[in-house]
Design a binder for this molecule. Structure first.
Ligand code: CU
Length: 313
């Protein structure tokens, strides 16, 4: 069922959502079968004009039956929905005093996701690393328009709204990489606003965290050094942060550990040196209308920038 992530849950929350969906599907399927079946019987039985159906009025028993049965069905669906909502929506909007607001702060941008790891300086883009088996509180917001954060195998959908904070739980039981998408139309590149959630064993997660905390050393290679100067002399540093090189700005993806990310430009292309070069040469070729300008870089500038950015492990 890997083509249908909704049917392949990997967290208790996603499992409960799947169970509700399947139950409601069976109930509505049953109702559909009964209604469609009765229509077919009627069409067949009364296909000639000569047989008229018996006119049947004033049967209290039948009337009560067809009022009570749907009410039971509706109440049952309401009850199982309420159970799910109460169990998995239990994310308090106001956090208890003395407790951390959230474990992760995710901000939607046109057309990428900014990920801040609360209580650390770690900022990343389009990639969320989590330890398995732990329920994490995610705070969602947006820098521009309304986006929607959705990792079908792990959690419910939640809107990311400018000027508002929404919360959800995120949890993965198994090690793996889970695809996430923006589920609210947010402009031309809405369909290319993907991200991944990478769930590690807790000890591997700690290793990953330690790696993210270290600032990549300054390049030694001449070409990469030239690339760093190009990065600083063009306006790249006005939008992008690189720890120790360019100050924190939340306009564009943080590039501190760019080279260790899986994809570029919110899941559009795999992160390889060739693709990085193609992206820098003409970002709009991959994402027309995206907020990264085309700098008309020369071949030499492209080589230097790629050499530099590839050192950002
Ligand atoms: Cu979006």
């Amino acid at each position: 069922m890997s083509n249908f992530p909704v049917f392949d849950p990997a967290s208790p929350q996603a499992e409960a959502i799947r169970d509700l969906f399947v139950q409601v599907l069976w109930i509505s399927g049953g109702i559909f079968a009964i209604v469609a079946g009765l229509i077919c019987i009627a069409i067949w039985k009364f296909r000639s004009n000569e047989t008229l159906p018996t006119q049947d009025f004033g049967s209290h028993r039948k009337e009560i039956a067809w009022i009570v049965a749907p009410v039971i069905v509706v109440l049952w669906i309401a009850a199982i929905s309420a159970k799910l909502v109460l169990t998995y929506n239990a994310v308090p909007q106001a956090h208890p005093p003395g407790q951390q607001d959230a474990d992760l702060i995710v901000t939607g941008h046109q057309w990428w996701w900014q990920v801040d790891y609360a209580g650390t300086d770690i900022v990343s883009a389009n990639e969320i690393h989590i330890p398995t088996g732990k329920r994490l509180r995610v705070k969602l917001s947006s820098a521009d328009v309304i986006h929607s954060f959705w990792v079908a195998r792990l959690a419910r959908k939640m809107d990311a709204i400018p000027g508002r904070e929404n919360f959800i739980w995120l949890q993965a039981d198994k090690v793996g990489t889970y695809t996430g998408r923006c589920a609210e139309f947010c402009g031309t590149q809405h369909a290319r606003m993907n991200f991944i959630v990478v769930a590690h064993e807790p000890e591997d997660y700690e290793k990953w965290l330690a790696g993210e905390k270290t600032v990549p050393p300054a390049p030694t290679d001449a070409k990469a050094l030239a690339g760093r100067s190009t990065f600083l002399s063009l306006t790249c540093s006005q939008c992008h942060a690189i720890a120790g090189v360019s100050a924190d700005r939340s306009i564009a993806p943080d590039l501190t550990h760019l080279a260790s990310r899986r994809d570029l430009a919110a899941g559009v292309i795999p992160n390889t040196p060739e693709n990085l070069r193609r992206w820098l040469k003409d970002p709009a070729a991959f994402k027309p209308g995206c907020k990264m300008p085309d700098f008309k870089l020369t071949e030499a500038q492209l080589d230097e920038l790629v050499a530099y950015l590839e050192t950002l492990k």
